[in-house]
Design a protein around this ligand. Structure first.
Ligand code: UTP
Length: 299
């Protein structure tokens, strides 16, 4: 039996403006952009379900109705599919509705990721919880939540997910200062800097959009001043938990070496579509053959 409190809830912030993907995201949330035939957010919900977490709180904003509709019943469509004998697609739509219990809270103004997470205080209560960024897609073939839950079993406290990135890209991420543990895939986090300036980065370990946090984070967020970009940064609040290990058990991190995409970034989004499509039996073989032919041609 674990001595740590179990993780049963996830907070999924989806209230960002998605300015890097305009004009596609003017009227459509970036989390609804399709990756092959599913919106990006569905991969996130399926990832949570696969890890046994089915109580999700979406932090939404304006223009996010499509997200709510996607995970809700559509009686007319369901009936039409049944009438046409499209049973498999009907059942697939039912499966999506039953993936999780999804709750919603609105972030009136997108004041930053830290602010979005602070709005989950009432729903989460006094238990540790997971944060899953709605635009971070982790390939189901290389999941990371199980490793984070194992690290939590072993070390308690809060657990981050870190990924090595080229030194030239670390200024785009939260960056971690770490110490080794006896496990090569787990480190202790001693400091964090959001989007470090050149020469300021203590490592090339970037914070990726999966967090396991202790509820003490809410008290820290309540007093958090705006940081980089004038936004209330989650990284700054987690840095405080890392610097006071006696308060909430400190911060460790899993080093993730699998496939992860930022679907709010155009190039990363395109990679997610191609790599996930190439892995699929229905479209993969034909797409691969076409790509080889296309890349070999002069066009
Ligand atoms: P990003 O910085 O990637 O989202 O936030 P963004 O602001 O939508 O992106 P750009 O830079 O304008 O293209 C990371 C995650 O945090 C959420 C976003 O929805 C995304 O999932 N977020 C960010 C919020 O929910 N609220 C905020 O105030 C900021």
């Amino acid at each position: 039996m674990s001595s740590h409190r179990p993780i049963v809830k996830a907070v999924v912030p989806v209230a960002g403006l998605g300015t890097r993907f305009l004009p596609a995201t003017k009227a459509t949330p970036k989390e609804m952009l399709p990756v092959v035939d599913k919106p990006a957010i569905q991969y996130v919900v399926e990832e949570a379900q696969a890890a046994g977490i089915v109580d999700l709180l979406f932090v939404t904003g304006r223009n996010k109705d499509a997200l709510e509709n996607h995970f809700d019943h559509s009686p007319n469509l369901e009936r039409t599919l049944m009438d046409k004998g499209a049973i498999a697609m009907h059942d697939e739509l039912m499966r999506i509705v039953e993936l999780a219990h999804i709750h919603y809270v609105r972030q009136g103004n997108p004041l930053g990721l830290g602010h979005a997470v602070s709005l989950a205080k009432e729903h989460v209560g006094d238990s540790p919880f997971v944060v899953m960024l709605g635009d971070d897609l982790i390939d189901a073939k290389t999941p990371v939540l199980p490793a984070m839950l194992n690290a939590y079993e072993k070390h308690g406290g809060s657990i981050l997910c870190l990924m090595e990135v080229p030194a030239s890209e670390i200024h785009l991420y939260g960056c971690a200062q770490v110490e080794a543990t006896d496990d090569p895939d787990i480190v202790r986090v001693t400091g964090l800097i959001e989007k470090p300036l050149e020469g300021e980065a203590p490592s090339n370990l970037a914070v990726i959009g999966r967090y396991l946090l202790q509820p003490e984070i809410f008290a820290v967020l309540a007093d958090q001043e705006p940081g980089r970009g004038g936004e209330i940064q989650l990284t700054d609040a987690v840095a405080q938990l890392a610097s006071a290990p006696d308060v909430a058990g400190g911060v460790h991190a899993v080093i993730f070496r699998g496939r992860r995409y930022d679907t709010g970034d155009k190039l990363s989004y395109l990679k997610s579509v191609f790599q996930i499509a190439l892995d699929r039996d229905d479209v993969g073989p034909d797409l691969r053959a076409w790509m080889i032919e296309y890349l070999a041609s002069d066009s």
